[in-house]
Design a protein around this ligand. Structure first.
Ligand SMILES: *Cc1c(COP(=O)(O)O)cnc(C)c1O
Length: 367
């Protein structure tokens, strides 16, 4: 009965969209080893290098020694420990909110939160380039999905004006867009939401440090522990009422095993490292400025999927790992190299990447 798979796979391959895994054998700061050869890594979301920080590793090991590895049950049964609660308190404080709730991944945080907030009587209004986890959550919620062009506040207001018949209106946006590295105008979104009585939610997965502004006037702040914090897990911060509600209603919180205590301990340690000194953040921002960028995510749009893969492969052969992003992760004809900058990159690493990219960008400008 699975004959259809072969046809599907052929079609995927012919469109230049076949995906394969690369196997990392060793990680050492900004370098990874693949098939015995060392590469400079420019595609990790471990922006601050905290995944390999000695304190982060030590605290995770300490938690394993104290509690074992798996939590053994969901949070509401018997998987809730002092470490989970310490992490939630710390996240709430970090984001300057009353309370926080931790999920097992960021994907599940979006899924559980959005489906808990809206149903078929409501509408969700989203930016066209929002992350896949938001789109999946919207579909699962059964709310009417309305999409505005990327960052287009006029279009958002238009949709809001015509959405009075829905019981609730929920606006959801990436804060820093994961494939474009640009930033949503949160102040304007908050103002529009106030004017049209909508609920607002931001996905702050790509925050580094405290993120840009704590999202004043935003009701629901989602984030991940898996990127700049170098651990695993997702979270939502907001009012105590919101968090109590999500504990009771978010199905991806209720019906899954709690995050391992080691992941919580690692995230707590990562937050402490950030609080202890600004050096890593400072290095990251210096590295971002080297490329005149606004965030650690730098897209180089190529267009064609096959060509994008070829270019990424050429760069790979020169010893640098960048990601080739193709549909459906980005819209058709928008395939790109996605470069991520981290605090682990040295000035030599950045110069090495720049020297490889320069001739490439010149050829792109002359079609
Ligand atoms: C990575 C990402 C997520 C998912 O977070 P995980 O913790 O990796 O599951 C959600 N939203 C955005 C914008 C992301 O980039």
């Amino acid at each position: 009965m699975l004959e259809f798979i072969e046809g599907e796979l052929t079609a995927i391959k012919e469109a230049g969209l076949f995906r394969e895994l690369k196997t990392i054998e060793k990680i050492s700061g900004a370098k990874v080893t693949i098939a015995g050869k060392e590469y400079l890594n420019f595609c990790s979301n471990n922006y601050l290098g905290l995944a390999g920080h000695p304190k982060v590793k030590a605290k995770a090991i300490e938690a394993i020694n104290e509690f074992g590895f798996g939590a053994g049950a969901s949070r509401l049964i018997c998987g809730n420990t002092t470490i989970h609660e310490k992490l939630e308190a710390k996240l709430a404080k970090f984001k300057n909110r009353e309370a926080a709730i931790v999920f097992t991944t960021g994907y599940m945080a979006n899924l559980g939160t959005i489906t808990a907030l809206v149903d078929e009587n409501d509408t969700i209004i989203i930016d066209r380039l929002n992350h896949a986890s938001i789109i999946d959550a919207c579909k699962l919620s059964k709310a009417k999905l309305q999409v505005y062009p990327h960052l287009d506040m006029k279009a958002l207001e238009n949709i809001l004006q015509k959405s009075g018949m829905y019981k609730k209106r929920l606006i959801v946006t990436d804060h820093v867009f994961s494939m474009d590295g640009d930033i949503a105008p949160l102040d304007q979104i908050a103002q529009l939401a106030k004017k049209y009585q909508a609920i607002t939610m931001i996905d702050d997965a790509h925050m580094v440090g405290k993120g840009r502004g704590a999202g004043e006037g935003i009701d629901v702040v989602m984030g991940t522990l898996s990127k700049a914090l170098g651990s695993l897990g997702g979270f939502v911060c907001g009012s105590q009422k919101l968090i109590n509600y999500l504990r009771n209603k978010a199905r991806s919180f209720i019906y899954t095993t709690a995050l391992p205590m080691a992941a919580c301990a690692a995230a707590i340690a990562a937050l402490e490292v950030i609080e202890e000194g600004p050096e890593r953040l400072k290095t990251l921002w210096e590295n971002i400025k080297y490329f005149n960028a606004e965030t650690p995510i730098i897209p180089i749009i190529i267009g064609d999927a096959t060509k994008t893969m070829e270019i990424a492969q050429k760069i790979f052969e020169q010893g640098i790992l960048v990601s080739a992003i193709r549909p459906p992760t980005v819209p058709k004809g928008q395939s790109r190299l996605r470069i991520t900058i981290s605090a682990m990159h040295s000035k030599e690493d950045l110069a090495c990447l720049a020297s490889l990219l320069q001739p490439l960008i010149l050829t792109l400008e002359k079609p």
